[in-house]
Design a protein around this ligand. Structure first.
Ligand SMILES: Nc1ncnc2c1ncn2[C@@H]1O[C@H](COP(=O)(O)OP(=O)(O)O)[C@@H](O)[C@H]1O
Ligand SMILES: [Mg+2]
Length: 245
């Protein structure tokens, strides 16, 4: 595998019951670049992300992350997940833990850090996403935008090689969307490798190195954002863009 490729999907397929959700997905994610995935509801976008950190297992094909085939038998799933941070639409914070504890939990349990070490790392990461001073709040005591920042800080604290975002702004009030997109943009500029499912076409156009259009479990088109948005090659993408732009 070329050293410029952080993640390599090769003919990844996945079926739930009788529904084939992913069909022969082959895709390279260049290191240090953002790939945005767009497509209609049910096209398999979330399943693709979930396969990338083995929340779902492909039925066939392989996924290599930094040269390691994570789909091979005997993969250390916990080790692999420390390399792949994921941020969800609905934040998935632990409601009974405060902000700081949400970020330190995996640092202590998975990384084996001491409480002091984990606290210091978490505080720095929380400050970096604009949450200094909110460490002792519960998730229910902060806004949706702040909750999503906690989720991002929690993922980044693990020092991942790749970040996955699954519609990270879709559950937010409109006035909070921009702040989260700015955090994601800064992360992209800092050189993080990112795979981002989004309906924010402006973000995709401005930040993505490549955009992938999925429909019915297939990658229909891949390209530079300008080309993909301005010169769609397939009727299906043209129709989709007409609906969302
Ligand atoms: N755990 C699951 N069990 C059964 N069907 C699923 C499961 N997850 C997703 N699906 C189905 O797979 C298809 C693709 O889902 P998903 O990956 O969530 O698409 P998207 O994120 O593009 O909306 C949908 O038809 C969905 O109902
Ligand atoms: Mg989805």
């Amino acid at each position: 595998m070329s050293s410029t490729i952080a993640v390599k999907f090769s003919k990844v397929s996945k079926t739930y019951g009788t529904t084939q959700v992913l069909r022969d997905i082959s895709l390279d994610l260049p290191r240090g670049s953002t790939t945005c995935v767009i497509g209609p509801s049910g096209s398999g976008k979330s399943t693709l992300l979930r396969c990338t950190n083995l929340l779902a297992r492909p039925d066939s094909g392989s996924i290599e992350i930094e040269g390691m085939d994570i789909t091979a038998a005997g993969t250390d799933v916990n080790l692999m997940r420390t390399k792949v941070g994921m941020v969800f639409q609905h934040f998935h914070l632990f409601s009974h833990l405060d902000v700081l504890q949400n970020v330190t939990l995996a640092l202590r349990k998975v990384r084996g850090m001491s409480a002091d070490e984990a606290d210091a790392r978490a505080m720095a990461q929380l400050r970096a996403v604009g949450l200094g001073g909110l460490e002792r709040r519960r998730p229910s005591q902060i806004s949706g935008g702040q909750q999503q920042r906690v989720a991002i800080a929690r993922a980044l604290a693990m020092d991942p090689a790749i970040m996955l975002f699954d519609e990270a702004t879709s559950a937010l009030d409109p006035e909070l969307v921009k702040g989260i997109l700015n955090v994601m943009r800064d992360l992209a500029i800092s050189g993080m490798t990112m795979l981002v499912v989004t309906h924010e076409m402006r973000f995709a156009r401005e930040v993505a190195g490549q955009v992938v259009f999925m429909d019915q479990g297939r990658i229909v088109e891949t390209g530079l954002p300008g080309a993909l948005f301005d010169q769609p090659q397939t009727p299906r993408l043209r129709q989709f863009l007409d609906q969302v732009l």
